[in-house]
Design a protein around this ligand. Structure first.
Ligand SMILES: Cc1ncc(COP(=O)(O)O)c(C=O)c1O
Length: 417
């Protein structure tokens, strides 16, 4: 890559054209008479100009913009190390693989995983040779239930993967108090906090997704954060072919293998999960927007919970005391006698987009039997309820009370029949 800058006049002109073209983006205020979508467009000219600058300067592969974003994101999370990748799923894979690579976990160790989560919260556990054990979730957070986790522990259990589901922070401390090493899937929970600790910094590592529909986006993208540089170095090799180039201890590896050209010196059995430089450039612009956007989502979450508190037939999940809920989306649990599919159809007919709650009970997904070694670590009644009667609607920094009222009206209309 050359990185040669074109004439500045052209770059300025491109910037101005993009600013004109993207006026009004990102969407900061959404009109509730237009419905309640899952998300709004969350990037604008600043992000596109930053990404475009990489392309016109021809520096498109992972470089300075990615590294700077990694530092900024790690600091935001209260960590020191960030390893960006091409998705949140890859970030999970890298986090778990780094734990095995460095010997903090060994192949065959059991890892407790919440039964309700995303598919690629679960799959990477087995993909790196660990044994996932599904544990039920708490009814008020839908995150892993520490009491059920304790019951599932065997002499082989070494770790837990805490998924901060839909932005609600899981009780990492309770899992750590059982002597478990805890890794965090915070892919839908940037900015979430529990007992004063920010998501990603509570455990041994944490992951985030920058897919289009998430709080922030780099189109596709993800990042793994650590406080331990040894884990970060392992993840950096695993991310890029297994080579040493981005490791902080590169010189030591090079010195140990003088017979091999350092440019192609491979020390781990890795993948290629790198992000593009455009993703790093977008991420830096997106991060500036995050604190205000989290506050807005959190406020919506609180006021929508209040609005729906007396609506019969539904249970909402308010933020618990001492926590910051990042509110990726707004989950609802319907009463047992209610037909969820009919309710979702009704909401959609009123312009309210719906989804099941992530992968719901992952033990009931057909893929579960393909997850090598995985088993269920106890009864899963809450996960089952989520599976049959859970749903979520969108939340966003661009929504407000009008969207909560739309949801309340639509639900009450459905329940009145
Ligand atoms: C909890 C959780 N983990 C992992 C992922 C995967 O992220 P990505 O779509 O960036 O691969 C998601 C995606 O929504 C998620 O919600």
């Amino acid at each position: 890559m050359t990185g040669t800058l074109p004439a500045v006049a052209h770059l300025d002109a491109i910037h101005r054209l993009i600013e004109a073209e993207m006026e009004g983006l990102p969407v900061e205020e959404h009109d509730p008479t237009k419905g309640l979508p899952l998300q709004v467009v969350s990037f604008g000219a600043r992000e596109v100009n930053a990404a475009m600058e990489c392309m016109v300067t021809t520096w498109v592969t992972m470089g300075r913009r990615v590294y700077d974003f990694e530092d900024q994101w790690a600091r935001y999370c209260g960590c020191t190390q960030g390893v960006m990748s091409n998705s949140g799923s890859s970030a999970n894979l890298l986090m778990l693989a780094a734990l095995v690579e460095t010997g903090q976990l060994s192949r065959g160790d059991e890892v407790l995983v919440p039964a309700v989560g995303w598919s690629t919260s679960l799959f990477p556990v087995a993909q790196v040779g660990l044994v996932p054990i599904l544990v039920d979730v708490e009814p008020d957070t839908l995150c892993i239930d520490p009491a059920r986790a304790r019951e599932a522990i065997t002499p082989k259990t070494k770790a837990a993967l805490a998924v901060h589901l839909l932005g609600q922070p899981a009780d990492v401390t309770a899992l750590q108090d059982m002597g478990l090493l805890v890794a965090e899937d915070a892919c839908a929970a940037p900015g979430a906090e529990r007992d004063g600790r920010r998501a990603g910094s509570m455990g041994v590592g944490g992951t985030f997704s920058f897919f289009f529909s998430h709080h922030l986006t780099t189109c596709e993208g993800g990042i793994t954060v650590f406080r331990d540089p040894v884990l970060a170095d392992a993840a950096r090799s695993l991310r890029a072919h297994g080579w040493v180039r981005e490791r902080s201890d590169r010189e030591a590896h090079v010195a140990a293998h003088p017979e091999i050209d350092e440019r192609f010196l491979f020390v781990s059995s890795g993948w290629n999960l790198r992000p593009t430089e455009m993703a790093g450039a977008m991420g830096q612009e997106q991060l500036k927007r995050l604190p205000a956007w989290i506050e807005r989502r959190r406020r919506n979450h609180g006021s929508w919970c209040e609005m729906l508190a007396d609506t019969p037939g539904v249970t909402v999940l308010p933020e618990l005391p001492g926590q910051v809920h990042a509110s990726f989306a707004f989950p609802l649990l319907l009463d047992a006698e209610i037909d969820r599919a009919a309710c979702m159809r009704h909401l959609e007919s009123r312009g309210i987009s719906t989804r099941p709650i992530s992968g719901s009970n992952l033990a009931r997904q057909p893929a579960f039997e393909r997850v090598v070694g995985a088993r269920v670590g106890g009864p899963l009644p809450v996960a089952d309820r989520v599976h049959t009667h859970g749903l979520f609607v969108g939340n966003s920094h661009a929504f407000g009370d009008g969207h909560g009222l739309l949801l309340k009206d639509a639900l009450e209309e459905f329940f009145r029949g």
